[in-house]
Write a protein that binds this ligand. Structure first.
Ligand SMILES: Cc1cc2nc3c(=O)[nH]c(=O)nc-3n(C[C@H](O)[C@H](O)[C@H](O)COP(=O)(O)OP(=O)(O)OC[C@H]3O[C@@H](n4cnc5c(N)ncnc54)[C@H](O)[C@@H]3O)c2cc1C
Length: 445
C-alpha cells in the first residue's frame, strides 16, 4: 500500500540548500518533510568551508556580467541575512576574509550547520527520510502538489503545498555533462558528493521547467592527471589552487588563458583544450609563496606538488628550464617549445610588454629555479547550467512564468553564474531561505 503524507513543504535533497529551507520553514511553523537519497544528510556542503560571495553589485557585475541580474543582485543583497541566519541557529561564522581575490566570506563549520538544521526540523515535528528516492512529481491542474517517493519502508505520496528541488546539481551524470557542458565533460572527475546526478533537473523538466543557459560552464578546480580521488578529503588535497600564479601549457605547447584570473576559470578553459589536459609550471617563488603557504587566510597549508608526486601523478622537478627537454615522450608535450614560450614570456615582461594571453593579477616572472611541473586536468563540482528560477526561488516554466508549487535552490538551479563563480554555499543559503519564505507565503494564499 502506498502511504500518503500531507505537508506544507516537501524538500527533495538534504544538503546546504534543502536543509536551510527546511530548517527555516520549520522555524517559521511550517510542516516539513525532507527526503534525502543518501545514507546521511549534508551532501557536498559537508566538504565546504566558506560562505562567501562578491561584496557589492559592482564587484559581482564585474566578475559575473552574464549571470542573471536579478539572481546575482539578490545574492549580494541577502548574503548578510544568510550569515545572520547561520549565527541564529547557534553556529559560529568567523570574521570575514577575502576569497578568490575579489570575494568576502565567513568560515563556518558546515557539518555542525547541516546537523543543526536537521535537529531543528525534527524538533519542530518535521521528518527527514534517508535513503529515499523520488520517482516523479505529483501534479494537479498544472500545479505541483508533491512527489512520489520510495524509501526503506516502502513507497509514499508526499502531498505538499510547495515542493523544493535541492538535489545539488547534475554533475554526477556524465551524459548530462556531455550534453550541457562540453563533449569532453563526461570524463571529468567528480569533485562533489556522488548523489547529485540530475534528479532535480529531470523532475523539473518533466513538468515543463525552463533550463539553461547552455555554455554557462561549471565550477571546479584543476587536479593532477591520472590520480583518482580516493576519498572526499582529496577534493581539497588534490586541487591545484596555486595554478593562478603558475603558467599552463596545452598539448600545442602554448598558453591559452590568463591563468591569474583564477584556478576555477582556468579549469573551465582547459576543458576546451585538446584532450582537456595541460602542463602546469611553477617556479621556486610560486612554490614558496603559494604552493606551501596557506591559500586562504586561516586555512591549513598543504604542499599540493608533494601530494601529486606521492600519489603517482605526472610530476617533475626541473633544475633548469633546459631540463624540460627531458619530459617523458608519452606525455605528449614538446619541452623545448615550452621552454621557448617561457623565455618569450620573460622577454615580453622584461621589456614592459603585455604577454598574450595576459597575466592581469600576477604578471611576475616564473624564473627562479627549480621549476615544479605537474600535468593537470579539470574536475567538476557543479554546473552553471540548471533549472531556471526567479529571486524567490520559484521554478520558471519555458513560458517564463513560475511553475505553481515548485521551488528550486542551490546547485540544481542555473542562470546565476555564466562562465564565472562567486560561491556555492552562499546561493544555496540565500535561495534556500527564499524558498522557505515563498513556501510560507503559499500557505496564506
Ligand atoms: C570539496 C568541496 C569544497 C567546497 N568548498 C566550498 C566553499 O568553501 N565555499 C562555497 O561556497 N562552496 C564550496 N563548495 C560548493 C558547495 O559545497 C556547494 O555549492 C553546496 O553544497 C551546494 O548546495 P546544494 O544544497 O545545492 O547541494 P549539496 O549540499 O550537495 O546537497 C545536495 C543533497 O541532495 C541529495 N540528493 C541528490 N540526489 C537526490 C535525490 N535524487 N533525492 C534526494 N536527495 C538527493 C544529495 O545526497 C545531497 O545531500 C565546495 C564543494 C566541494 C565538493
Amino acid at each position: 500500500m502506498v502511504e500518503t503524507v500531507e505537508t506544507d513543504l516537501l524538500v527533495i535533497g538534504g544538503g546546504m540548500a534543502g536543509l536551510t529551507a527546511a530548517a527555516r520553514a520549520a522555524h517559521d511553523g511550517l510542516r516539513v518533510v525532507v527526503v534525502e537519497v543518501g545514507a546521511d544528510v549534508g551532501g557536498s556542503a559537508r566538504f565546504a568551508g566558506y560562505a562567501w560571495t562578491a561584496p557589492s553589485h559592482e564587484v559581482m557585475d564585474a566578475v559575473n556580467p552574464r549571470g542573471d541580474a536579478a539572481l546575482r543582485h539578490a545574492l549580494v543583497d541577502r548574503f548578510s541575512d544568510g550569515i545572520d541566519w547561520i549565527r541564529s541557529v547557534g553556529v559560529e561564522a568567523q570574521e570575514p576574509v577575502t576569497l578568490l581575490g575579489f570575494g568576502r566570506g565567513h568560515q563556518f563549520d558546515t557539518n555542525q550547520y547541516v546537523d543543526r538544521c536537521r535537529q531543528l526540523v525534527l524538533a519542530a515535528g518535521g521528518e527527514v527520510r534517508l535513503r529515499t528516492e523520488t520517482s516523479r512529481l505529483l501534479t494537479e491542474d498544472g500545479r505541483v502538489v508533491g512527489a512520489a517517493v520510495t524509501g526503506p519502508d516502502g513507497s509514499a505520496e508526499v502531498r505538499a503545498r510547495s515542493t523544493l528541488l535541492a538535489t545539488g546539481g547534475l554533475q554526477g551524470d556524465p551524459e548530462l555533462l556531455r550534453t550541457h557542458v562540453h563533449p569532453l565533460a563526461g570524463d571529468l572527475q567528480l569533485r562533489a558528493n556522488p548523489h547529485s546526478a540530475g534528479t532535480g533537473y529531470r523532475l523539473a523538466t518533466e513538468v515543463g521547467a525552463a533550463t539553461g543557459p547552455d555554455d554557462a560552464g561549471f565550477y571546479g578546480h584543476l587536479v593532477p592527471s591520472g590520480v583518482a580521488f580516493a576519498d572526499p578529503s582529496d577534493f581539497v588535497d588534490l586541487s591545484l589552487y596555486y595554478s593562478e600564479h603558475a603558467l599552463l601549457f596545452n598539448l600545442a605547447n602554448e598558453r591559452f588563458t590568463d591563468e591569474t584570473l583564477g584556478d576555477h576559470l582556468t579549469t573551465m578553459a582547459l576543458l576546451e583544450q585538446p584532450e582537456a589536459r595541460g602542463l602546469l609550471i611553477a617556479d621556486a617563488r610560486v612554490h614558496r609563496d603559494w604552493i606551501v603557504a596557506s591559500y586562504v587566510e586561516g586555512a591549513v597549508a598543504l604542499d599540493k606538488f608533494a601530494i601529486a608526486n606521492r600519489r603517482g601523478g605526472r610530476v617533475g622537478l626541473a633544475e633548469t628550464l633546459d631540463e624540460l627537454a627531458y619530459l617523458p615522450e608519452e606525455w605528449g608535450y614538446d619541452g623545448a617549445a615550452i621552454k621557448a614560450a617561457i623565455d618569450a614570456y620573460h622577454r615580453t615582461i622584461a621589456a614592459g610588454g603585455t604577454p598574450e594571453p595576459g597575466r592581469r593579477n600576477d604578471p611576475s616572472p616564473i624564473d627562479e629555479g627549480p621549476w615544479y611541473v605537474v600535468e593537470c586536468v579539470p574536475a567538476v563540482t557543479f554546473t552553471f547550467h540548471g533549472i531556471r528560477i526567479d529571486d524567490q526561488a520559484r521554478v520558471l516554466g519555458t513560458d517564463g512564468r513560475p511553475v505553481p508549487g515548485l521551488l528550486c535552490a542551490g546547485s540544481d538551479s542555473g542562470g546565476l553564474y555564466h562562465r564565472a563563480y562567486a560561491g556555492g554555499l552562499a546561493p544555496a543559503l540565500v535561495f534556500g531561505l527564499a524558498a522557505a519564505a515563498t513556501a510560507a507565503s503559499a500557505l496564506t494564499r
